[in-house]
Design a protein around this ligand. Structure first.
Ligand SMILES: Cc1cc2nc3c(=O)[nH]c(=O)nc-3n(C[C@H](O)[C@H](O)[C@H](O)COP(=O)(O)O)c2cc1C
Length: 299
């Protein structure tokens, strides 16, 4: 079974991916945060993320968010031009700025867009990451025959409605129903926080782990080696990750606060088992020095 890393804007960027792979061993694939079109071009910052040399030791699959086949063509061309052969299509984003413009999960209810996509040859292996719908668990039913007519490497399902964002229970009944209707290989995504949980999905093509992996970055390695890491080992490795992030971001960003805020985004998700006093110091640090001081206590 494959264990993939979910795309997460602001978290799973090139720096984090390379550090994760270096410290814990690479996942089967990492999906990039979505690439989008702005003023007729792929946003430069997002393109830099997939062309960074930091990606050289991992398998990276870029992801596209789009509202029309024309937008998708622009992204596909840029992705091919960067030397990639695969592209993941985002049919799940719940953020209003994207959703309200007909992108992400909104595409599930816009079969006319997917019909055009299905007729194009982008010269890339496509996969889809989707939700069942925006407001109803039935929305996917219209688009499914189109997805089934396409050549797709796999379909990742995050069984929550877009209106629920990333909170609340996942709907496993809906996941089972979708799985029965899809002729492609299935990847499950949503709420996996421990290596043991990964095993519950061993009859499908793969799982995709997101926030659970930021909380416990050793999760894939623990699952592979069938060895649960003790808290001390997890803490010492996490410290290494945070130190390397700090170093990487210091090379590419300006200003203490910008660098610190970026690293603190990871701390927000970290395992609640970790020492609360130090976690609090890391969260509250206003300078690199204060953050490093807190890290030194984190043994
Ligand atoms: C901060 C944040 C950013 C995200 N960015 C993306 C994205 O760029 N593309 C995407 O398909 N999903 C994105 N997601 C959704 C995740 O890939 C994943 O589907 C979601 O977090 C549920 O999985 P999890 O419970 O394992 O975290 C994002 C989620 C979060 C919390």
């Amino acid at each position: 079974m494959n264990v993939f890393v979910a795309p997460m804007q602001g978290l799973t960027d090139a720096a984090w991916r390379s550090i994760h792979a270096g410290v814990y061993g690479a996942a089967d694939a990492y999906f990039s945060p979505f690439l989008r079109v702005e003023n007729g071009m792929v946003r430069a910052k997002e393109l830099r993320d997939i062309t960074s040399p930091l990606n050289k030791n991992i398998r990276l699959i870029p992801q596209a968010i789009f509202r029309s086949v024309d937008e998708l063509k622009i992204i596909a061309e840029a992705v091919s031009g960067a030397g990639y052969h695969s592209l993941d299509l985002n049919l799940g984003c719940p953020f209003p700025p994207q959703l309200n413009r007909g992108r992400g999960a909104a595409i599930v209810a816009r079969p006319e867009v997917m019909e055009l996509v299905a007729q194009c040859d982008f010269g890339l292996d496509l996969s889809v990451k989707m939700r069942p719908g925006v407001t109803s668990y039935d929305e996917w039913k219209t688009i499914m025959p189109i997805l089934n007519s396409m050549k797709l490497n796999h379909v990742t399902i995050h069984p929550r409605l877009a209106i629920h964002g990333y909170k609340g229970p996942v709907n496993m009944e809906c996941f089972a129903e979708m799985t029965d209707s899809i002729r492609h290989k299935i990847v499950y995504n949503g709420g996996i926080y421990s290596p043991l949980q990964i095993d519950t999905y061993n009859n499908i093509y793969g799982v995709m782990v997101g926030r659970g992996l930021i909380a416990r970055p050793s999760m894939i390695e623990e699952w592979r080696s069938k060895e649960v890491w003790g808290i001390q080992r997890r803490i010492s490795h996490l410290r290494l990750v945070l130190e390397r992030l700090l170093q990487q971001y210091s090379e590419t960003m300006c200003g203490d606060l910008q660098i610190i805020r970026h690293v603190q985004a990871f701390v927000e998700y970290v395992d609640p088992d970790f020492p609360p006093r130090i976690m609090k110091q890391l969260r509250k640090s206003q300078s690199i020095r204060a953050f490093e001081k807190a890290l030194h206590e984190f043994k």
